[in-house]
Design a protein around this ligand. Structure first.
Ligand SMILES: CC(C)(COP(=O)([O-])OP(=O)([O-])OC[C@H]1O[C@@H](n2cnc3c(N)ncnc32)[C@H](O)[C@@H]1OP(=O)([O-])[O-])[C@@H](O)C(=O)NCCC(=O)NCCSC(=O)C[C@@](C)(O)CC(=O)[O-]
Ligand SMILES: NC(=O)C1=CN([C@@H]2O[C@H](COP(=O)(O)OP(=O)(O)OC[C@H]3O[C@@H](n4cnc5c(N)ncnc54)[C@H](O)[C@@H]3O)[C@@H](O)[C@H]2O)C=CC1
Length: 438
């Protein structure tokens, strides 16, 4: 327990850093220099970043890349992507360019409903609780009017509140299951504020409800929180073309390609081990845009994977058909995103990314993000079923390996040239560097 510290949060930023350096690091000077190297020289900007989270000591950079040429419903977009993994941006760009020449991506927002729940226990008869709920429902809505008035003015707000009996699964457990329209906001804070008000109204009204006995009057609120599972906040993105039009530099036999591609998607539909990796490839694109636009990628990840398991088995988020000579490939996913609120107007690079996307509404952003996921999956499955994934991935990863060995610009240009006609593997690159240096 020698490293335990009380009151760390109350220390100043320099004090926190000094404590850390002295407690955990061998080369204190080098570690201090590294922490400071990542500070922004603009003090105001650094302060903004310091205040995003708690106990900030420095910044953790991710590259912000751009995948151009996304034709979505006949409008062209350059898509910002924040991600650490090589070949993702290249793959998205390549897929965008491929489909640009084949009519682009078609998208549709299917629904935009968000969900929140008040979880509570009630020791009494369900019928009595239901009768109480029918009386109290308008009061629940009325009591939140201060919270909802602006959202209602914009056309959103509370859609409905239901009482749900969960006592078969857990003794005395009931829910208020509420649905919301939060327009351009992801809605977490708005929904949570409404739910906490529902909870206190529910408790207050129950304690005054004359039909309840003393035990029934004592509703116990367990918690009030939005759900990140949003199966009714759905977006669809699709590409399609004649099979013969799939012919390209890398696809000499379009029917063979389409058939193998579809088989790969079908495998991900029925085989969870493959589905997880298949969907990871989709999330390469989705997370990168979600992060670049300042959205909550943990919320998106949790909701998307729950949706992938909605039929009881974890399955592919994308689907493919070949009918009457038409190749069709699509994704349908739940995405609760915001283009107002959260970090969207605070982080300068998030503002920059949103401007690059022509300041989309949340609905537009849902469509762009779904497209990024579909494009990423198309590129990955195309590589997997043709050249194999390593060829393209390692071509992009080459620079990381060269940087690990601190290759000079001269060495890099020589080795990039060499690996245009040789297979990139980690050991082959190490060997080539050695040879060049000898
Ligand atoms: C990597 C490529 C694109 C190479 O593909 P290529 O055919 O060697 O590329 P190219 O040099 O012929 O260039 C064609 C286009 O690709 C893009 N492109 C090409 N290179 C770059 C670059 N340096 N920087 C930016 N963009 C690039 C760019 O759009 C370019 O057009 P241009 O800009 O020249 O007009 C291809 O092999 C590919 O799409 N591979 C798939 C890579 C992938 O999916 N990576 C994700 C990481 S692996 C993983 O995590 C997921 C996985 C695979 O397990 C999921 C799953 O199993 O389903
Ligand atoms: N489980 C989860 O996912 C949780 C997430 N969070 C965090 O909550 C944040 C998102 O919450 P929000 O309520 O979206 O953000 P927020 O609290 O910043 O609120 C956005 C507000 O913007 C206003 N607004 C202005 N123009 C609007 C328009 N056109 N449409 C809709 N609203 C408009 C509304 O008053 C709205 O409530 C994220 O940072 C997320 O990480 C917080 C708690 C839990």
């Amino acid at each position: 327990m020698s490293n335990m510290i009380a009151g760390f949060s109350k220390l100043s930023k320099p004090e926190k850093i000094e404590w850390l350096l002295n407690t955990y690091f061998l080369d204190i000077e080098a570690s201090r220099a590294l922490v400071k190297q990542y500070w922004n020289t603009d003090e105001k900007l650094q302060k903004l970043h310091d205040e995003f989270i708690e106990n900030t000591i420095t910044n953790y950079y991710l590259p912000l890349g751009v995948a151009p040429n996304f034709l979505i419903n006949n409008s062209l977009y350059a898509v910002p992507m924040a991600i650490e993994e090589s070949s993702v941006v290249a793959a998205a760009s390549k897929a965008a360019k491929f489909w640009l020449e084949r009519g682009g991506f078609k998208t549709e927002v299917i629904s935009t409903e968000k969900i929140g729940q008040v979880h509570f226990t009630f020791n009494g008869s369900y019928n009595k609780l239901q009768a109480f709920f029918d009386i109290v429902k308008p009061i629940l809505i009325e009591d939140t009017s201060d919270i909802t008035k602006n959202m209602e003015r914009r056309g959103g707000g509370i859609l409905d509140i239901e009482l749900r009996d969960k006592t078969e699964q857990l003794k005395n457990y009931f829910q208020l299951h509420a649905t919301f329209e939060t327009l351009d906001a992801m809605g977490a804070n708005f929904i949570n504020s409404c739910l906490e008000q529902f909870a206190s109204t529910l408790k207050r009204e129950a304690s005054n409800y004359p039909v309840f006995n003393e035990e029934e009057k004592n509703i116990d609120i367990i918690m009030s929180i939005l759900s990140n599972y949003v199966p009714n906040c759905l977006v669809k993105a699709e590409v399609s073309c004649k099979v013969e039009d799939l012919k390209s530099k890398d696809i000499s036999d379009p029917l063979l390609f389409a058939t193998k591609f579809k088989q790969a998607v079908n495998i991900a539909e029925i085989e969870p081990y493959r589905a997880v990796t298949h969907n990871k490839g989709i999330m390469n694109g989705i997370d990168a845009v979600v992060l670049a636009t300042g959205n909550d990628f943990r919320a998106v990840e949790a909701g998307v994977h729950a949706y992938a398991s909605r039929n009881g088995t974890y399955s592919s988020l994308t689907h493919c058909t070949i009918d009457d000579g038409i190749f069709k490939f699509w994704i349908e996913i739940p995405l609760a995103l915001g283009t107002v609120g959260g970090l969207t107007s605070l982080h300068p690079l998030v503002k920059f990314s949103l401007e690059m996307l022509q300041n989309p509404t949340a609905k537009k952003l849902m469509q762009i993000v779904a497209v990024a996921g579909l494009a990423q999956n198309f590129a990955a499955v195309k590589s997997l079923t043709t050249t194999g994934i390593q060829q393209g991935h390692m071509k992009m990863h080459l620079m990381n390996i060269l940087n690990q060995f601190e290759a000079t610009d001269y060495e890099k240009s020589k080795l990039i040239e060499y690996f245009k006609s040789n297979v990139v593997t980690h050991s082959a690159v190490v060997e080539a560097i050695k040879n060049l240096r000898n």
